[in-house]
Design a protein around this ligand. Structure first.
Ligand code: 13P
Length: 346
């Protein structure tokens, strides 16, 4: 294992002012996103959307790496250049989602298990040859009256750590993404409890399977009130609780935490990241982002599937990335948001 390279790559992904674009939606998920703008999902429309994002001028000032899907990692730009090379030529690190999505958990079907360990070693070697230098694996935990169970936390933590260990063996930085969903009417205290239990279990297993903490990144949810809850906590409380939870559970050796946006409104994802960075100046890890919807929702609407709107959508994406980068530094202001909205809705 080339530990120096792993550590260097992990650090580069959380370089100051920069974060990650998650453009790795599975085909069913990107189909839903494209349907929302009345575009039929095909390999070609998915390619057109991802090309728009990856060729946005100046994006490398704000984006350190992009997570691609297995389909996109094999696709090319209109000019015949592989998307991996399109990124590498801008000094953006190419990554790939390697899990095979979730299935109902046997004997607890309300919960899910992430699959994809079979054949992973071989797939990672192929991705590495194609140019990928980091990977992502997502486990999903739903909050309910009696879930998540410790059974669900255990099996997902074991799979996640196994994935991370195999990635590092292949010279690929693993991003581990244990997502506690914000769906539901639970309060922020309940989200704290579940996120804390999940991360404790996760790191116990990562250490047990000898994962190099300096050569990985954590992609967690923020600690938030449930989406449909009453009196939802504001950004200050969310930031306090998120940092309190992470300080308890995440070893200081991990170079960075890259939050997912998880269905927050663009504005909410930005303002919460800003609040976390303002309060977390003395945190031992970089506090950055790995947003999917938080970076793509506004530009997707600006595009609407129309080739004439490519430039407008790219401006919108550029601004979205810029304000998220400002939030990652704790220097975001609402005035910047107005500017973004103006671009996105022109
Ligand atoms: P969201 O930011 O839209 O939650 O997507 C991040 C991601 O990679 C989900 O796996």
């Amino acid at each position: 294992m080339n530990t120096h390279e792993l550590v260097r790559t992990a650090q580069a992904l959380v370089a100051r002012k920069k974060g990650i674009l998650a453009a790795d939606e599975s085909n069913p998920t990107i189909e839903k996103r494209l349907q929302s703008i009345n575009v039929v999902a095909t390999p070609e429309t998915r390619r057109a959307w991802r090309q728009l994002l990856l060729t946005t001028p100046g994006i490398n000032s704000f984006i350190s790496g992009v997570i691609l899907s297995d389909e996109t990692v094999r696709q090319k730009s209109d000019g015949g250049v592989s998307f991996v090379d399109v990124l590498a030529s801008q000094s953006i690190i190419p990554g790939v989602k390697v899990d095979k999505s979730t299935r109902p958990l046997a004997n607890s079907p309300e919960e899910s298990i992430t699959e994809g360990i079979d054949g992973l070693r071989e797939r990672l070697n192929d991705y590495r040859i194609m140019g990928a230098r980091f990977a992502k694996w997502r486990a999903v935990f739903t909050i309910g009256p009696h879930i998540p169970t410790s059974y669900c936390l255990d099996v997902n933590a074991q799979a996640m750590a196994r994935y991370a260990a195999i990635c590092q063996e292949a010279g690929i930085v693993p991003i581990v993404e244990p997502e506690v969903l914000m769906d539901g009417d639970h309060d922020i205290k309940r989200c704290f409890e579940v996120t804390e239990a999940t991360l404790y279990r996760m790191f116990d297993e990562l250490v047990g399977q000898r994962v190099l903490l300096e050569g990985m990144l954590l992609k967690p949810n923020m600690v938030l009130s449930g989406k449909s809850g009453a009196n939802r906590a504001g950004p200050d409380e969310a930031a306090e609780e998120t940092l309190r939870c992470l300080r308890r559970t995440v070893p200081a050796a991990v170079p960075g935490i890259v939050f997912l946006s998880g269905g927050q409104e663009d504005y909410e994802a930005t303002i919460n990241l800003n609040a976390i960075n303002r309060r977390g100046q003395d945190a031992p890890w970089q506090l950055s982002f790995s947003y999917g919807r938080g970076l793509q929702s506004t530009p997707l609407k600006a595009w609407g599937g129309d080739p004439n709107n490519v430039e407008r959508a790219q401006q919108s994406f550029q601004h979205r990335a810029q304000v998220t980068s400002a939030a990652r530094e704790g220097i975001y202001t609402p005035a910047m948001e107005k500017e973004t909205k103006a671009v996105g809705s022109r």
